[in-house]
Design a protein around this ligand. Structure first.
Ligand SMILES: [Zn+2]
Length: 322
């Protein structure tokens, strides 16, 4: 099964893909970004500038030397799902069978100072682009660079340009009552984990919410570092009043197959928003370190699990409540 998925695309298909580049709507959006560049400070001035800015960082991180390779643009049709606080494009791309309801949504670089997830996010996108003819009954939507402003800031920051942790800013039911309280008490007002002044106040958070609403993913994967575990949020045996038994069983089968654990969640986090409240099995891959020299090693270690997740089929279900 795995070997089949990894069958290389033919040179002809690859050539067509390479000649396509960014989709027109992204190009227009990127050009619009150029107009506001002077006041907001984003470096992206065009398709080429967006790619070359990223390539410069990739070169600085030594991600194209000693067995590592990362090309963020050629052949991938990035679409724009919003703009960051500083006006940078928030991009995503779709791969695989467009008619399949077996949709997996993947986010990476949610925290700008976690650099290894960026490598994996773009690697998954390239792998999916090159293998999409073999992605039977699977559709993958990838947003590999959720927090570009935090990444480009010197020094890099976990938060976005407004100083908000965009993984504490989701519009969950408990946000108003619990997000600020949890931040001040449990996190002692750690500025690195500030949930924002209001739920979904940040464009980087709304971008993720919009992709969830648009694609109705059956599974979500968020790639972080450096906590070194795989966390599961989603239906469990406590959810049987809300979801059919077969649905909960299959969600938990995915958890077991990936050897994920459930460690709790924060108000306003993706795991709370998508996993707990919407009942979408949501996996958080915490890579062991943020050391860029280990990025290729992590890709080799975790790519099979990511493919397993993409191929795993979760059945449709009728939610009784949300
Ligand atoms: Zn993180």
């Amino acid at each position: 099964m795995m070997t089949k998925v990894f069958t290389a695309v033919t040179p002809a298909i690859l050539m067509i893909a390479l000649s396509v580049g960014l989709a027109p709507d992204v190009r227009a959006a990127l050009e619009n970004t150029q107009n506001s560049a002077a006041s907001n400070g984003p470096a992206s001035a065009s398709e080429d500038a967006w790619c070359s800015e990223l390539r410069d960082q990739i070169a600085a991180l030594n991600w194209n030397t000693q067995g590592k390779s990362l090309e963020p643009c050629a052949g991938i049709q990035w679409k724009m799902g919003g703009k960051s606080v500083q006006g940078r494009p928030l991009v995503y791309a779709e791969f695989g069978d467009p008619d399949s309801t077996n949709v997996t949504l993947i986010f990476s670089a949610i925290h700008g100072d976690e650099v290894t997830p960026i490598y994996l996010g773009f690697k998954v996108a390239r792998w999916a682009m090159e293998n999409q003819a073999n992605l039977k009954n699977a559709r993958v939507v990838i947003a590999p660079f959720v927090n570009p402003d935090g990444f480009y800031r010197k020094p890099r920051t976990r938060m976005n340009a407004n100083g908000v942790d965009v993984n504490r800013n989701f519009d969950t039911h408990d946000w108003k009552d619990r997000a600020i309280a949890a931040w001040t008490k449990r996190l002692r007002s750690d500025p690195r984990r500030f949930p924002g002044k209001a739920a979904a106040s940040e464009p980087e958070t709304r971008f993720q919410e919009d992709l969830i609403q648009k694609y109705h993913p059956k599974k979500i994967l968020a790639i972080h570092s450096p906590l070194n575990h795989l966390d599961y949020d989603g239906p469990n045996i406590l959810s049987l009043a809300r979801f059919p038994r077969y649905y909960v069983r299959d969600c938990l089968a995915l958890r077991s197959k990936l050897k994920a654990v459930s460690t709790g969640y924060f108000p306003g986090s993706l795991g709370n928003y998508a996993g707990q409240e919407m009942g979408i099995p949501t996996l958080t891959l915490e890579l062991p370190t943020a050391n860029p020299a280990k990025a290729e090693q992590y890709w080799r270690s975790f790519s099979a699990g990511i493919r397993t997740m993409i191929e795993f089929v979760i059945p449709d279900h009728d939610k009784k409540s949300s």
